[in-house]
Design a protein around this ligand. Structure first.
Ligand SMILES: [Zn+2]
Length: 245
């Protein structure tokens, strides 16, 4: 979820304006998904027509099972960026996600803004989550998405040292605070169409969980995933992120 960071980002921009261009450029590089100043993160390749559905902040016992049903009914595989703490609380559900053929990614243990954390804390957040997820899913965890998309060189290099590819996104809307599934799906569809015209695949973020509430209400996001699949399954191909590495 991005709300807290967006406020920090706005506040940061205000502060940066007083400090000059260098500070502004630094804030931009650390927080903006399409910035590459701090090194490569996977977003999406030039493969128009390919869609990676990714779900963040789960597993969520209240809504992830319903999402898994929708994906299974449509034979769509997705990528789930799980929080280590939520997976530890719901190991059976995390195991079900992996057993259904979905890709499991690391979204940190407790969802801190890693751009503000020291190296030791970053390492603990990433490695503890990786170990937990690998133990539950029985497979190596090769992808990491930083909470809030916030990163700095230490975050990306540590993820790589731990054997994970850092991942951002290029299609997102504020699904966690939008009550109408149709509006979420419509905004994402418009973004997908735009990316397709730009010869890009779409790396789509939705939230089946909540970092502040392990059973967060996510019906609109889950229903939006169903609408998106119905709209795109004849015209696009759904892939998991390992198809792009
Ligand atoms: Zn998140």
């Amino acid at each position: 979820m991005l709300t807290p960071l967006h406020s920090q980002f706005s506040a940061g921009l205000g502060a940066a304006a007083g400090l000059g261009l260098a500070a502004g450029a630094c804030a931009y590089a650390a927080l903006w998904p399409n910035s590459h100043i701090f090194g490569a993160a996977l977003i999406a390749p030039q493969r128009p027509g390919e869609l990676a559905l990714t779900f963040d902040d789960g597993p969520n016992p209240a809504w992830t099972p319903r999402l898994l049903d929708i994906l299974a009914r449509n034979s769509v595989r997705a990528t789930f960026f799980l929080l280590g703490s939520h997976a530890q609380a719901e190991p059976e559900l995390a195991r079900c996600i992996a057993a259904a053929g979905h890709l499991i990614g690391n979204h940190s243990w407790s969802h801190p803004n890693l751009a503000l954390c020291g190296r030791k804390r970053i390492q603990e957040e990433l490695s503890r989550t990786r170990d937990e997820l690998e133990q539950i899913a029985g497979a190596p965890v090769k992808f990491f998405r930083p909470p809030f998309g916030a990163r700095r060189p230490a975050v990306l290099s540590l993820a790589r040292e731990l054997g994970m590819v850092p991942v951002l996104w290029n299609a997102m809307t504020s699904d966690w605070r939008e009550p109408a599934a149709a509006r979420i799906a419509q905004r994402l569809t418009a973004k997908i169409d735009q990316l397709t015209h730009q010869n890009r695949a779409a790396n789509i973020v939705l939230h089946d969980g909540g970092h502040l509430d392990s059973a967060a209400y996510r019906e609109p996001s889950i229903a939006a995933a169903g609408l998106l699949i119905a709209r795109c399954k004849q015209t696009h191909r759904f892939v998991t992120l390992d198809a792009w590495t």
